[in-house]
Design a protein around this ligand. Structure first.
Ligand code: GTP
Ligand code: MN
Ligand code: MN
Ligand code: MN
Ligand code: MN
Ligand code: MN
Length: 209
C-alpha cells in the first residue's frame, strides 16, 4: 500500500492499492472496470518572480468541480491505450498522429477497491513548443465547456509565505487518486524531490483545516 502522503484528501472512503511491477495488460479485464489517464508535460526553464517553474503539467478542471488528468473509462472493446487515446482525442483534441500514447508510456496503476476500478496512469514528456500546441488544441475539443471546464497547470513552487503555489493547489478537490498520481509522477520523473513534495503536502493539510 502507498504511504499516507499519497492518500486523497477528498476520499477517506477510498482505498487505493498500488500494483507492484504493474504491467498494463496484467489485470483481467472481466473482473474490473478500467480507466486510463495521462500526464502530458514539458520541462521548462521559465521562471516567474524568482520562482522556478520546472515543468508545465497539463491537468484539467472537470465538470464535477474536481481537478484531474485527461483520460477516462476504457470501453469493453478497447485495449487500455486505445481507450486512453480515444479519451484524449475527445477531451483535449490530442493529435493522435503526432502524440498517441503507447504501452511504454505507462507509469503506474492503482486498484480502487470500493468501485472495482483499475486506474492506469501514463506520462508523456513533450517539448515546450509541443506542449503549447497541445494546450491550444484543447480549446477546440468536442467536450470543452461540457465535460472539460478548462486546462490547469499546477504551480510547482512554494512562495515565501509558505503556502502560495503548490500547497494551495494541493488543497483543491481531486478526482479519484489524481493527486496521488501527480505526486507519484513528480517524484519518479525527478521534477521535485521527495522532501519538497512532503513539505508541500504537509502545508496543504494545514490550509485545509
Ligand atoms: P464518462 O465518459 O462520463 O464516464 O467520463 P470519462 O470516461 O472521461 O471518465 P473519467 O475521466 O471521469 O474517469 C473514470 C473514473 O476514473 C472516474 O469516475 C474517477 O473515479 C476516475 N478518474 C477520473 N479522472 C481521474 C484522474 O485524473 N486520475 C485518476 N486516478 N482517476 C481518475
Ligand atoms: Mn496579474
Ligand atoms: Mn471523457
Ligand atoms: Mn475523463
Ligand atoms: Mn468516457
Ligand atoms: Mn464521456
Amino acid at each position: 500500500p502507498d504511504d499516507d502522503r499519497s492518500q486523497c484528501d477528498n476520499s477517506s472512503e477510498m482505498t487505493f492499492v498500488r500494483l507492484l511491477s504493474p504491467r498494463v495488460n496484467d489485470v483481467p479485464t472481466s473482473e474490473y472496470d478500467h480507466a486510463a489517464h495521462c500526464m502530458i508535460y514539458c520541462r521548462t526553464n521559465k521562471a516567474w518572480f524568482g520562482n522556478t517553474i520546472k515543468a508545465n503539467i497539463m491537468m484539467q478542471f472537470r465538470f464535477d468541480g474536481c481537478i484531474g488528468f485527461p483520460g477516462g473509462a476504457v470501453e469493453a472493446n478497447e485495449t487500455i491505450v486505445m481507450g486512453l487515446n480515444r479519451e484524449l482525442q475527445e477531451e483535449i483534441a490530442l493529435n493522435l498522429d503526432k502524440y498517441s500514447i503507447k504501452d511504454s508510456d505507462h507509469l503506474v496503476s492503482h486498484i480502487y477497491k470500493e468501485r472495482n476500478f483499475v486506474l492506469h496512469f501514463f506520462i508523456k514528456s513533450v517539448t515546450e513548443e509541443d506542449f503549447n500546441e497541445i494546450q491550444a488544441a484543447g480549446l477546440t475539443s468536442e467536450f470543452y465547456g461540457t465535460e472539460v471546464m478548462g486546462t490547469v497547470i499546477p504551480p510547482l513552487f512554494t512562495m515565501s509565505n509558505g503556502i502560495s503555489g503548490l500547497p494551495n493547489f494541493l488543497a483543491n478537490m481531486f478526482i479519484g487518486n489524481a493527486k496521488q498520481q501527480l505526486l507519484y509522477a513528480l517524484e519518479s520523473c525527478e521534477i521535485l524531490s521527495k522532501t519538497e513534495i512532503n513539505e508541500a503536502v504537509m502545508k496543504s493539510k494545514i490550509i485545509k483545516k
